[in-house]
Design a protein around this ligand. Structure first.
Ligand SMILES: Nc1nc2c(c(=O)[nH]1)N(C=O)[C@@H](CNc1ccc(C(=O)N[C@@H](CCC(=O)O)C(=O)O)cc1)CN2
Ligand SMILES: Nc1ncnc2c1ncn2[C@@H]1O[C@H](COP(=O)(O)OP(=O)(O)OP(=O)(O)O)[C@@H](O)[C@H]1O
Length: 190
């Protein structure tokens, strides 16, 4: 009997261990490569507004992308975890606060979940993605809900390390596929 939730838990545990095992040098090299691929993509589509996230040290980093966006007048929406399981958003500013689950969060004016409709591209956190575009998150459904609620959906790319691009991740009915992945080895389109 295939148990999608059990398989998902096992993949998340493996990814968590692999992320924690990376050295600071390895992280920096990977983050720089992800930023280069992401920035090239955002330039290619002429993005003026993007949704991304503030990364924990072990996650695929977004600092390079956020700095580039700030320098080029590209507006970035960053998620804020709500009590009810949805995500609010706030524009990238100069300060960061610690939010729910110890996640770094923006401190600006809080925008509702529908703010996500207006962006040109979404760079989503993920624990793994497969070659069909099925994305696995961290198990609370925040991005599945955020993406599932959008009428017109901007293109979504998962930011992952190369070893997180798998042949198949377990899919459940509510899982929202993504359009591509951005990893140190470059951008993949599904
Ligand atoms: N940097 C960052 N911000 C983000 C996300 C993210 O993945 N990364 N999110 C993306 O959705 C949302 C928050 N998602 C969360 C998802 C799960 C848990 C959590 O508590 N998870 C479990 C087990 C995690 C694990 O398997 O390692 C726990 O800690 O008990 C917390 C936040 C919004 N902001
Ligand atoms: N659109 C939705 N509406 C209501 N509940 C949802 C929705 N999407 C996901 N969920 C719930 O969220 C929980 C976590 O789902 P899942 O294990 O697929 O998370 P995930 O893909 O790791 O999370 P995330 O979307 O945050 O990256 C599940 O219990 C699921 O029922």
């Amino acid at each position: 009997m295939v148990d999608a939730q059990g398989e998902k838990r096992a993949i998340r545990a493996q990814v968590r261990a692999s992320r924690l095992a990376r050295t600071a040098d390895e992280r920096r090299i990977a983050d720089d490569a992800i930023a280069a691929a992401a920035i090239a993509y955002l330039q290619e589509i002429g993005a003026r507004e993007v949704a991304a996230y503030l990364a924990l040290p072990e996650e695929p980093g977004t600092d390079g992308i956020l700095t580039w966006a700030k320098e080029h007048g590209v507006r970035v929406l960053l998620p804020i975890v709500r009590q009810d399981g949805l995500l609010d958003w706030a524009e990238q500013g100069d300060t960061i606060a610690e939010g729910a689950f110890g996640l770094p969060e923006p401190t600006g004016e809080v925008l509702p979940p529908t703010a996500l409709c207006d962006v040109d591209a979404i760079l989503a956190p993920a624990s793994a993605v497969d070659r069909r575009g099925m994305r696995l998150g961290w198990g609370r459904g925040y991005f599945d809900k955020a993406l599932g609620a959008l009428g017109r959906r901007p293109p979504v790319h998962a930011l992952v390390f190369d070893d997180e691009i798998l042949d198949a991740v377990p899919a459940e009915a509510h899982d929202q596929p993504v359009d591509g992945a951005i990893a140190p080895s470059g951008r993949l389109t599904f």
